[in-house]
Design a protein around this ligand. Structure first.
Ligand SMILES: [Zn+2]
Length: 410
């Protein structure tokens, strides 16, 4: 297909060719209240006026409300049942090992970005953490790099030589707000130079894990972002913004983390190590959340009754929803072969751990904030241009963002 010939189809959905450059931003951990508070404080003069002309909606993220499943849903336009990425880890029963799902070989479908690049569109992706880069850029021709490893890019691997020099900022620390600012700065440079048809920017939730909506640091972060979004808009790009998940305090009123150490509980009931708790939030960067989130999946020992186990786990104080694999996968559109026998979700201010001895909370320098559950499912869907002709009764998802921006924005 020649460039600009018409719509493309990816995973059964059709996307119109962008009439002008489209920037899709996934703001990691952007609970809707961050935008509300930043607007009220006057910290986002561009975006707050852009939504007056455009559209500000809410949508539902994918459960588990974690980073990778949602980023992959956004760039594929489908649920984890189709794309296969349902967390950072799954338990491979055959291999008897915890397997990281960062490798593109675990991705079961193509991305919208790859589809457009194949059709001749110019496509670019900048992500904060390198863990997402190869998944987001899978099958895509174009530029794709991370802030984290911007000092090690090559034309062959990333579609750009020396991204650090190109962006003109120092390499940010992986635990910093700068890691996200680098994403936006790179986006503006790319729009000034290559002017891609599609640009996907994905930040990190370092700030959101530490700072509640409306606080000085949070508003400062959103003010920074607003400046870059204004620059992209001034270059004629259309902007669509969503989030991978929300964020809540996971503490009591005194700021003490409220943790259910589920492996310890199950060891007490069934015997040590007979059940296995997998926390799909676990990744190489756990300092800011101690690998604690509101979602877990449990592999039960041979012969155990999942429904009875679900009822016992659900009765633990602080649980929100506990279901067996079939019901959980149906309800949340998850791949059954990568989930345990139980799907376990804790409440708004409660997280799930494995064993108390396995979680190092000493790196937390602020009261625990995290995500993963149903209480972090609502996210913003914000467009700099108005949408028209959208079916009114449709339940919106964050992974409808390319559809909404390409097919309905004027
Ligand atoms: Zn995230």
């Amino acid at each position: 297909m020649a460039r600009g010939d018409g719509p493309i189809t990816a995973n059964g959905r059709t996307y119109a060719w962008p009439a002008r450059p489209l920037v899709v931003v996934c703001v990691d951990g952007c609970e809707p209240d961050y935008l509300t508070q930043a607007f009220l404080a006057g910290a986002m003069p561009f975006l707050s006026s852009a939504v007056e002309r455009g559209e500000s909606l809410l949508g539902a993220a994918v459960i588990p409300s974690f980073t990778n499943p949602n980023n992959l849903s956004i760039v594929t336009g489908v649920s984890p049942a189709v794309h296969g990425i349902c967390g950072n880890y799954f338990w491979d029963r055959d291999a008897g090992a915890e397997v990281m799902m960062n490798d593109p070989k675990y991705l079961r479908c193509e991305t919208i970005l790859a589809g457009f690049s194949e059709a001749g569109a110019s496509v670019a992706v900048v992500t904060a953490k390198d863990k997402l880069r190869r998944l987001l850029g899978h099958g895509m021709r174009g530029t794709c790099f991370s802030s984290e490893k911007a000092d090690a890019t090559t034309m062959a691997e990333h579609g750009i030589d020396n991204a650090l020099t190109f962006v003109g900022r120092p390499l940010p620390s992986v635990y910093s707000a700068d890691l996200s600012e680098f994403v936006f700065a790179a986006g503006v440079k790319l729009m000034e130079s290559a002017r891609p048809d599609l640009l996907y920017l994905s930040t990190t939730d370092y700030v959101q894990h530490k700072h509640a909506p409306g606080t000085q640091h949070a508003n400062g972060f959103y003010r920074m972002m607003d400046g870059y979004l204004a620059a992209l808009d001034a270059m004629g790009a259309s902007i669509a913004l969503t989030a991978d998940h929300g964020m809540n305090a996971k503490t009591d009123e005194d700021g003490i983390p409220q943790v259910i150490y589920l492996q310890d509980v199950l060891d007490g009931w069934l015997g040590a190590g007979r059940a296995r708790v997998i926390l799909p939030i676990t990744d190489p960067y756990v300092v800011h959340h101690g690998a604690l989130g509101s979602f877990a999946t449990v592999y039960l020992p041979e012969g155990a009754d999942p429904r009875a186990a679900a009822a016992s786990v659900a009765a633990l104080p602080g649980m929100d929803l506990v279901v067996d694999r079939d019901e959980g996968c149906r309800r949340f559109e998850l791949p059954p072969d990568r989930m345990g026998d139980l799907i376990v979700i804790s409440g708004r201010h409660v997280v799930i751990g494995t064993s108390a001895a396995k979680h190092d909370l000493s790196g937390l320098d602020a009261p625990l904030r995290s995500h993963g559950g149903l209480t972090e499912q609502t996210v913003p869907l914000v467009f700099s241009r108005p949408l028209s002709g959208r079916p009114p009764a449709r339940r919106l998802r964050n992974f409808d963002i390319f559809d909404l921006a390409l097919n309905y924005a004027r």
